[in-house]
Structures are given as structure tokens and as C-alpha cells.
Design a protein around this ligand. Structure first.
Ligand code: FES
Ligand SMILES: [Fe+2]
Length: 367
């Protein structure tokens, strides 16, 4: 006879309900912020369905090519507008042919003789911007934005090479941002590719937080011994290294070695829904070795690192759901995780006052 299944302590029992109890999940919904939802080249002359923070939207370009975003639901009978087509720069619903402009106003109802009452036929719209190769959407409907989207640095700097890639990570925004900026896992999960090829070194992290960002500056760090590090600087030396998170969605890793070598990865993270985060990664670098030589080697290694991260994030997500939410135990070398969580929670909950008291901390770690 099979042995009875072991009894799990109450706190470790799987959740009875699929939704984790409140307070133990990093899923947030952030209002009144800009998020990049697709690249400029992904939005052509056809409506495009996208999802931001679980909300389905339709993107399309008007006659002048300017993008607009509407809720992907026709106000008439709720058919998705993304199944329609563009007519004279307006979006025409596939069911009865109602048309909408990029501001969400209904411009035509086929067969309707009267024109009054148009306001009730309006559909919610989201402010849009097209900048640095991305289409950005303001996350609250029917609002005039109070800020402008993040601008990508180094794009037009002479001597810099830029490589762009987008990757889907099956994790919450918080877990994905923490992963992008987490030093200790690089020597372990990506052993040999970036760190972990040699003996660890004692380095110092100087962490600073503002109301909208957190940064770790690493001091005394030798050039990482893995493949990427050796490619970026064959002769070694001490590097300057910063990891930073800028609300609501930008994770940056920056390395400098001497005056010649500068490497910056900016990942614009888009919370598609509660467990899927799309990272638009932009690598900008200026190295002693010409960019056109580095590019073909760098791209497959970066994709391999991303795949290793994606595989671990899906395991983290599934385990958190199975065990009824996130219960993390951290140490001081989980340098940015708690600060990222704090910033995201405050951005998501408008009842919390912004925390603009500057804050800093020093941590020693072996990396
Ligand atoms: S459902 Fe869109 S026009 Fe009727
Ligand atoms: Fe990683």
C-alpha cells in the first residue's frame, strides 16, 4: 500500500485559491505612468492588439502616422476593435462598422441619420508617444499625462554601437527588475558567461534611493572574469559599475573601464499582465574593440543569459503560485530587491505619500 502523503505545515500548504493572499505577492498595477508597449517598427499600417498590466488595448496610426491607443472593446457590442481595419486614419469596428479616431471619439455609425449623442459612443483612450524607437502608452485612460516618457541615453552618441532585443520573462515586474539588477545570481546561474569563472572578490556596494529611483554603485570591482567581461576588456583592470532602477519600468546596468570602454544596458520592462514582463533591452557600448566586431559575439551570449533568466523566472512564478504567494527570506546582498519592491508599491498605491527622504547604505559582498 502507498504511504500516506506527508502533512505539510499550514504555512507551506499549497493555496486553496489560485489568487495568492494579499500582501504576499509582488503583482502591482501602476497608474499614471508611461510604459513602452511595442517598437516603432511593430506598429505598421494595421491595428495592433497589446496588453498592458492586464488591460487589452488597440494601437493604430492615424492618417498622419501618429499613434493612438484605445481600450480594445467596441462600446457598441464589445467586439475587440483590434479585429477591425483602418479607414482614412480612423479605426473601423469589424461588426457594424462604427469608426473611432485616435482620441477615442466615434466619428461614424453606418446607417445612423442623427449626429447628436456622439459623446456616449466614445471609447476610453490612452495618451501615446513615439520616442527612441518605441511606442509609449500612459497607463491611465482619458488623462493628460503629467510627465514625458524616459529617454534612452547614448543612442546618437558618436562612437557608440546600439543593439536592441526584446525578451518575454514569465515573472512579475518586480521579480523581473530584481533579476536584471541582481549581482549574486550572475556567478551562479550564468556561471562562466559573465561572473563566476574565477575566485570571488570582496567588493563594496553603495546604495542610494530617491523617491523615484534606487542605485547601487559597486566599488573595487575587478573586471568580471567570464566570457563577456574578457571580451569587453581583454586586459582586465578595475571597473566602475552601477545598477539602477528608475520608476516605473527602467532597469539599467552600466560598466565603465578606463576612458575607452563604456557598456550600458537599458531594459525597459513592460508588465504585460501579472505574470508576464516584456523587456525591451537596448545595449549601447563604446569599446576599444570596434563595435562591429563585438556585436556578432555579444548578441548570442546576451540571448543565452536572457534564456537562463527566463527559465528561472518561470520556476519562481510557478512555485510562488503553488505555495500561495511569495515568502522571501533576504540577506543584505539581495542589494536592490527590497528597494525595488518599496518603489513599486508606492507607485501603485496613490494613498501612500512619495518617500523623498534620501536614503543610503553600504554593503560588502563577495562577487
Ligand atoms: S460591435 Fe463594434 S460596431 Fe457593433
Ligand atoms: Fe541574470
Amino acid at each position: 500500500m502507498d504511504k500516506p502523503a506527508p502533512q505539510l505545515p499550514q504555512t507551506l500548504a499549497p493555496a486553496a485559491h489560485p489568487a495568492p493572499p494579499s500582501g504576499v505577492t509582488s503583482v502591482v498595477h501602476i497608474p499614471r505612468q508611461w510604459f513602452a508597449v511595442c517598437t516603432t517598427s511593430d506598429l505598421r499600417r494595421k491595428p495592433k492588439s497589446i496588453t498592458l498590466q492586464g488591460i487589452r488595448m488597440v494601437l493604430f496610426r492615424n492618417k498622419e502616422g501618429v499613434p493612438g491607443a484605445l481600450l480594445d472593446r467596441c462600446p457598441h457590442r464589445n467586439v475587440p476593435l483590434s479585429g477591425g481595419k483602418l479607414v482614412d486614419g480612423d479605426l473601423e469596428c469589424a461588426y457594424h462598422g462604427w469608426r473611432f479616431n485616435t482620441a477615442g471619439a466615434c466619428t461614424k455609425v453606418p446607417g445612423l441619420c442623427r449626429t447628436h449623442g456622439a459623446e456616449s459612443r466614445r471609447t476610453p483612450g490612452f495618451a501615446c508617444r513615439e520616442l527612441d524607437g518605441f511606442v509609449w502608452v500612459w497607463s491611465t485612460a482619458n488623462e493628460t499625462p503629467t510627465s514625458e516618457p524616459f529617454r534612452l541615453p547614448m543612442l546618437d552618441e558618436p562612437g557608440y554601437t546600439t543593439v536592441r532585443r526584446s525578451v518575454d520573462f514569465p515573472g512579475t515586474l518586480q521579480a523581473t527588475v530584481e533579476n536584471a539588477l541582481d549581482v549574486p545570481h550572475t556567478a551562479f546561474l550564468h556561471r562562466g558567461l559573465f561572473r563566476g569563472a574565477g575566485e570571488p572578490n570582496r567588493i563594496q556596494a553603495h546604495i542610494t534611493r530617491t523617491a523615484t529611483s534606487v542605485q547601487a554603485e559597486y566599488l573595487g570591482e575587478p573586471r568580471p572574469e567570464g566570457l563577456v567581461g574578457r571580451m569587453l576588456s581583454p586586459s582586465g583592470g578595475l571597473v566602475s559599475h552601477w545598477d539602477r532602477f528608475l520608476l516605473p519600468c527602467v532597469a539599467q546596468v552600466e560598466y565603465k573601464l578606463g576612458d575607452e570602454n563604456h557598456f550600458l544596458v537599458t531594459s525597459i520592462m513592460t508588465p504585460v499582465d501579472s505574470h508576464l514582463t516584456r523587456a525591451f533591452a537596448v545595449f549601447s557600448f563604446r569599446l576599444r574593440i570596434p563595435g562591429w566586431i563585438v556585436k556578432p559575439f555579444l548578441t548570442p551570449i546576451a540571448l543565452k543569459i536572457f534564456n537562463q533568466d527566463a527559465r528561472i523566472l518561470i520556476q519562481q512564478s510557478e512555485a510562488s503560485d503553488y505555495w500561495g504567494g511569495e515568502r522571501y527570506v533576504s540577506t543584505e546582498i539581495d542589494i536592490l530587491g527590497a528597494q525595488i519592491q518599496r518603489l513599486l508599491k508606492r507607485a501603485a498605491d496613490e494613498r501612500l505619500a512619495p518617500d523623498d527622504k534620501p536614503w543610503s547604505k553600504e554593503v560588502a559582498l563577495d562577487a
